[in-house]
Design a protein around this ligand. Structure first.
Ligand code: RIB
Ligand code: CA
Length: 311
């Protein structure tokens, strides 16, 4: 049995973030060594409080939490009107405020502290919100990037967006940060899990009933997911949970090598990801290689949710 890989989760909880965090904590393949919060679905104070409260609800207040960026690299924080995550970021479900609070350091410095003691290419990062913290960490601590094995990003896509016609929310919120991360991560491999596959990674009413019956934690998550405003054809797409599932069980997605350009110019395409698959003979690589998710095993994803959401 291989040793669990250390995992840092950068997150803006967020209902699908909450499911991803619960699955990570229940997975023997990884050891969650830190949570860093970022402004995205909600303002930073809300996403940070949610991260701390979710860890307490999941009996894991031992995991350190550090707050990161309150706004994108370029510009101010813009709260999305009528967020599908609700005003409190968790579908209106109130969690108890735990005693233990976040660390006083910035998220990028908690990431650095964790990596400083790690072996080369040994730590995975799950980036489940805008990429502001990750970009800031890479800019401030480039010497530590060689301890990162993979950065798995929930973001982007080749088709229609979910926040504008052309952009996915995490990339749209901070396109400058995404462009920096996609351009250079000091050699760490990047896996991008975008809307092409996450829109298909849905849980339906039967899945929620199964979660309810399974455990108090399952029932709590079912209440949040049931309140998630992003409902498609009878199912709720669990974007971040699929990105997390691909870390603990890579066969749940299929990927192709690609280069990704992020549109940062103002206008209706800002935040769009222009994906060029580099395994096609006709197009030589125009940028660094990224593994881009092109397919998902939906039944396997659902099985992973149901086996990972325990107690
Ligand atoms: O577009 C989906 C992403 O935006 C997910 O990370 C969800 O939590 C929201 O942040
Ligand atoms: Ca998220």
């Amino acid at each position: 049995m291989p040793r669990p890989r250390p995992l840092i989760i950068d997150t803006d909880p967020g209902i699908d973030d909450a499911l991803a965090i619960a699955m990570a904590l229940a997975s023997s393949e990884v050891r969650v060594v830190g949570l860093t919060s970022v402004a995205g679905n909600s303002p930073l104070d809300v996403t940070t409080a949610n991260a701390v409260a979710l860890l307490a609800a999941f009996d894991r207040s031992d995991v350190p939490v550090a707050a990161g960026a309150a706004h994108p690299l370029a510009g101010t924080y813009e709260r999305v009107k009528d967020s599908p995550h609700g005003d409190n970021g968790l579908g209106g479900i109130e969690l108890e405020a735990p005693g233990l609070q976040r660390r006083s350091m910035h998220a990028m410095d908690l990431i650095a502290d964790i990596l400083r003691d790690a072996e080369p290419r040994s730590v995975d990062i799950a980036a489940l919100g805008p990429l502001t913290n990750i970009a800031m960490f890479l800019a401030k601590h480039p010497d530590l990037a060689d301890r990162i094995a993979h950065i798995t990003v929930m973001g982007g896509g080749t088709g229609p967006g979910n926040i504008t016609d052309h952009a996915e929310f995490n990339i749209w919120h901070d396109p400058e940060a995404a462009a920096l991360v996609f351009a250079d991560t000091g050699g760490a491999e990047i896996v991008v899990v975008g809307l092409d596959v996450t829109r298909r990674a849905t849980l339906d009413a039967d899945d929620l009933e199964c979660l309810r019956r399974k455990s108090p934690r399952g029932a709590l998550l079912a209440r949040m997911i049931n309140a998630y405003g992003d409902l498609h054809e009878g199912g709720w797409p669990m974007h971040d949970a699929l990105a997390l599932a691909s870390i603990v069980h890579p066969p749940v997605i299929s990927t192709r090598p690609a280069s990704i350009e992020v549109v940062t110019a103002a206008g209706k395409h800002r935040g769009q990801t222009l994906v060029q698959f580099t395994d096609e003979a006709r197009s030589p690589s125009s940028g660094r290689q990224i593994q881009f998710a092109t397919d998902v095993d939906v039944p396997l994803f659902r099985d992973l949710v149901h086996t990972k959401v325990t107690c």
